[in-house]
Design a binder for this molecule. Structure first.
Ligand code: C2E
Ligand code: MG
Ligand code: MG
Length: 538
């Protein structure tokens, strides 16, 4: 049941349109999410910028307003009149003419109050001032009634009072709906709205906030603190956040992202389709005889005699192009076609080289195995049948496994041991590119390590003695393992490796991968290469 579900799931992952859809949906949602994030950030930034600008504008205007109120009081205090008569009324009226922001001016003493306005309701407050400074006292009108003429802010000095109206204040500061302008007193413990709606106080959990920034942004509100010259009070502007108004241009982003996502999906579709067609092509490749086996000779580094070869697959397409095994082998491993290919290599190798192997009992051919070949005992059976058929000894066929092929080491070990038991040699290919540790290596039934070409390359032209290769060589020697160096391209490398105790090598310095005919010729003539190179892939 479990296996069946897994198989169905697996098969879905091979369907191009399914993968394409996943890719499209994923990329589109990623793009949209990314875009939204940027949009939100932009909105937040513009919101803050706007609030900062508004706050500064308000502060400048309020300072102007407070300045006028104070100056008008100074004027009144400086003139000599101190009683409620017509002259006083005229003076008070004059003050309201002189100062644009003064709506009402009044004189009061113990017995009377007189004002430039006949209705004296505005300045008839007798409660103690909200702020008492050394020179001026301040009364803040807490009314929220929209009476334009009610005193919103009153200042007093001596017997004089001047006030501005709500209308004046409203003109000065264009508050948006839901906002308020507050005067904060007593070190932040109390706040009186001079304009706008009442607000919960304090607006944040800690007040004053630790941050020195003028602007605080909470979930729902923007709070702008204005510094005033007066330490007794602070002005605070509170505005509800407008909510995330996504600018309309951003709505274009969604279809744009969808289109882009569709493109990605299409691209993935084509890619998977192409891959699958390569897959299908590979399927027919064996049938159509497009696969060839080449043999790259392996040499004794001292005597420069050929001791064997590595069988390497080539895929020559009908149009003549050569596809690298690095490309099609991993694919064949994924689809399972690799088993068929390994069988093909074994069969072809014995067909082509059976006679030469019988004639040269010391000669061996090394075959690359894939991870799945190592996981089941099948190879041993196939091999045994072929060896009997062609009368070749088991020790003349070696198997190369990579470290990657040893993932399930228990199963692998058993199968490799079985191969060794009948006489095959087992080599670890591309050694050093995987994770095999020394301790791990000791537990594996292997005869030989092939040092990966990368480490031989690292030796460079002058074969400097540093690097990983010497380390691997010493490790192999300690474990009593043979060593074959892969990818030797320069004489200096061969000399150095030989001096380090490496007995065998393979590489373009000696020979490229050869066709069976070329390889047989090399063996039967018993040619010593001593520096000569044979040429590739006829
Ligand atoms: P590999 O088993 O490590 O094979 C050695 C690779 O290095 C071969 O490439 C060979 O042509 C190349 N080589 C040898 N000497 C030199 C040199 O001096 N210089 C350079 N630059 N390269 C050199 P190739 O034939 O392309 O094979 C690549 C890989 O494909 C092989 O690596 C092996 O992992 C895999 N492969 C090839 N044939 C088979 C096969 O029949 N079965 C399996 N399972 N894998 C195979
Ligand atoms: Mg190999
Ligand atoms: Mg290799």
């Amino acid at each position: 049941m479990m296996v069946a579900t897994r198989e169905t799931l697996r098969s879905w992952f091979y369907r191009p349109w399914f993968l394409a859809m996943i890719a499209a949906v994923l990329s589109a949602s990623l793009l949209i999410a990314g875009g939204m994030f940027v949009a939100m950030r932009q909105i937040e930034q513009s919101e803050s910028q706007e609030m900062n600008a508004q706050g500064e504008r308000f502060l400048a205007r309020l300072e102007q307003l407070f300045g006028q109120l104070r100056e008008s009081l100074d004027d009144l205090e400086a003139q000599p009149l101190r009683s409620c008569d017509d002259e006083m009324i005229a003076t008070l009226q004059q003050v309201t003419f002189n100062y644009r922001f003064v709506y009402e001016a009044a004189y009061m003493d113990a017995s009377r109050i007189c004002s430039n306005r006949p209705r004296q309701e505005g300045l008839s407050v007798v409660r103690p001032p909200d702020i008492k400074g050394p020179t001026y006292s301040y009364w803040l009108n807490t009314t929220t009634e929209p009476d334009e003429n009610r005193a919103a802010l009153m200042l007093g000095r001596g017997n004089f009072r001047v006030a501005t109206s709500r209308g004046h204040l409203t003109d000065m500061v264009d508050l948006s709906p839901g906002s308020s302008l507050l005067v904060v007193l007593d070190h932040g413990s109390r706040a009186i709205p001079v304009l706008g709606v009442a607000q919960d106080w304090p607006p944040t959990e800690v007040w004053p906030p630790k941050s020195r920034d003028a602007l605080q942004v909470t979930q729902t509100r923007l709070i702008y603190r204005m510094r005033t010259d007066n330490p007794e009070y602070q002005l605070v502007l509170i505005t509800p956040r407008t909510g995330m108004h996504i600018p309309t241009v951003w709505w274009w982003m969604v279809p744009a992202c969808l289109v882009l996502g569709a493109f990605v999906g299409f691209f993935v579709f084509m890619l998977v389709r192409q891959r699958q067609s390569l897959d299908a092509e590979l399927n027919g490749a064996i049938r159509r005889g497009e696969l060839q086996v080449l043999y790259q000779p392996i040499f004794d580094l001292d005597s420069r005699n050929c001791v064997g070869a590595e069988a390497l697959l080539r895929w020559r397409r009908p149009d003549g192009t050569l596809t690298s095994p690095d490309l099609f082998i991993p694919m064949a491993e994924n689809t399972g076609q690799i088993r068929q290919m390994t069988d093909f290599v074994l069969q072809r190798l014995l067909e082509q080289l059976g006679p030469v192997l019988r004639a040269n009992p010391q000669l061996y051919i090394s075959v690359n195995l894939a991870a799945c070949d190592v996981m089941v005992p099948r190879i041993g059976q196939v091999m045994a049948r072929l060896l009997t058929l062609h009368r070749v000894a088991a020790r003349q066929i070696a198997f190369e496994v990579t470290e990657r092929g040893l993932i399930d080491v228990v199963v692998a070990r058993e199968n490799l041991q079985a191969l060794r038991d009948v006489g095959h040699q087992v080599l670890i290919d591309d050694f050093g590119t995987g994770y095999c540790s020394l301790a791990y290596l000791q537990t594996l039934p292997v005869d030989c390590l092939k040092i990966d070409k990368a480490f031989i390359d690292a030796l460079g032209h002058d074969a400097a003695s540093s690097g990983v290769a010497p380390h691997i060589i010493h490790m192999a020697q300690a474990l009593d393992l043979k060593v074959i160096a892969e990818g030797i391209e320069h004489e200096a490398q061969a000399v150095f490796l030989s001096s380090e105790g490496v007995k065998f090598g393979q590489g373009w310095l000696f020979a490229h991968a050869l066709s069976a005919v070329q390889f047989i010729e090399l063996i039967t003539r018993g040619r010593r290469l001593a520096g000569r190179r044979l040429d590739d892939e006829a």
